[in-house]
Design a protein around this ligand. Structure first.
Ligand code: DSN
Length: 420
């Protein structure tokens, strides 16, 4: 059952309580390979569900537009100080509601509508808010998009430099949502330096790996860093913007009053708790095991003939091109979900199919590592994925149900925060 227990919710709204309870059980029983998801600690859950949700506090510590900030100011200050210590930055803003608003604040701070902004194209692994066509960032700004090399699946830094020199964007984003390889922050910084652009490292996916020393840090290369707090960093749904001192004021003004009203104080407290957890030796070990699990899973999938974009992974994320298996990403993802293995269908670079029915699936090991799975278990996961993808092509529901039972047997042996 859900922990903390939801006795009041069950009494006042059994319908919602029942759905929350069922979702908690679903999370407990499944192998969660969605690369952007994780399980927070019970301490983070408690902070998220606290009375801090009742308080308005537009402004910043010591300069608010509402009274009664005696305890909110220290909560936000602790979150800021911990972010600065964990990532080694001069400034942190912990108020953005999520990753997209954090990135929008960057536009407001440094660009005028119509200005050029450069980021990785969505089909290559970038994010909507890095100037992609359908996003406000691509409609109101001139989006310049770099991709990956067709032969390697990796960022083509020569193309990045050529496009930068040609379009002279004021802001360059590096990072994205489906990048299985280490981001070369110094190389991006050198290109941004040539045209005097602000380099923004969106580390949403890899923030926990950076905090735990399992991925190089952008600090010292990117003067502005945006991140969500709920992926590998294992905090609540939220975001932060970090920067050098020179960009602090522009970014703070862009977040409030530029884009947002009152910060979500319960989320700020939960971010502070997660950042404290990220300083522990356990978290360091966790970050390295996330990568070890991803490498072991990538190896086991390759051995079974799966085509991995870039041939493997350096981080928590694996992108599979299913073209050679004769099954598209969406039916494969749906069959895997029925088999108890949760992931998302995803475009692969140069995908001839549409984003809503693409050729690939995306996997990540942050959540299963939190549950305690180890590299030795990855061949078993790869075998289940292999069987389920085959079964998807053969409409073989018997195999899918058998795997679902085996997955449940495995996962219910591993504790989950939020479930007892
Ligand atoms: N939805 C996030 C992800 O899954 O990577 C990006 O916004």
């Amino acid at each position: 059952m859900h922990e903390p227990a939801m006795t009041h919710l069950a009494a006042s709204d059994p319908e919602i309580a029942g759905l929350v309870e069922s979702e908690a059980q679903r999370q407990f029983e499944k192998i969660r390979l969605i690369a952007s998801e994780n399980y927070v600690s019970t301490a983070v859950l408690e902070a998220s569900g606290s009375v801090l949700t009742n308080k308005y506090s537009e402004g910043y510590a010591g300069k608010r537009y509402y009274e009664g900030q005696q305890f909110i100011d220290p909560v936000e200050t602790l979150a800021i100080d911990r972010a600065k210590a964990v990532f080694g930055v001069e400034h942190a803003n912990v108020q953005p509601y999520s990753g997209s608003p954090a990135n929008l604040a960057v536009y407001l701070a440094f660009l005028q509508p119509g200005d050029a902004v450069m980021g990785m194209g969505l089909p290559s692994g970038g994010h909507l808010t890095h100037g992609w066509t359908v996003s406000a960032t691509g409609r109101w700004f001139q989006g310049v998009r770099y991709g990956v090399r067709q032969d390697t699946g990796r960022v083509d830094l020569d193309e990045v430099r050529d496009l930068a020199l040609q379009h002279r964007p004021k802001v360059i984003f590096c990072g994205g949502t489906a990048i299985p390889r280490t981001i070369d922050f110094p190389a991006f910084a050198a290109i941004a330096g040539e045209i005097d652009a602000v380099l923004v490292a969106d580390i949403s996916h890899i923030a926990g790996l950076i905090a735990g020393g399992a991925h190089p840090s952008p600090v010292g290369h990117a003067p502005v860093i945006t991140t969500t707090t709920h992926k590998t960093l294992r905090g609540p749904r939220g975001a932060m913007i970090m920067s050098d001192a020179a960009h602090a004021s522009a970014l703070d003004k862009a977040v409030f009053p530029g884009l947002q009203g009152g910060p979500h104080n319960h989320t700020t407290a939960a971010i502070a708790v997660a950042l404290r957890e990220a300083t522990t030796p356990d978290f360091r070990e966790y970050a390295h095991r996330v990568v070890a699990n991803a490498k072991a899973l990538a190896e086991a999938l390759s051995a079974r003939g799966f085509d991995l974009v870039t041939g493997g992974t350096d981080n928590h994320l694996i992108l599979i091109d299913l073209t050679s298996r004769g099954v598209a990403g969406k039916p494969a993802a749906k069959a895997l979900d029925r088999a108890g293995i949760e992931l998302n269908y995803n475009t692969v670079p140069f995908d001839p199919r549409k984003p809503f029915d693409p050729s690939g699936v995306r996997l990540g090991t942050a959540a299963i590592t939190t549950r305690g799975l180890q590299p030795e278990q990855m061949p078993t996961l790869a075998a289940w994925i292999d069987e389920a993808v085959k079964a998807a092509g053969d409409d073989d529901e018997t195999t899918i149900s058998r795997i679902a039972g085996e997955v449940r047997d495995l996962m219910t042996a591993y504790p989950m925060s939020g479930w007892v």
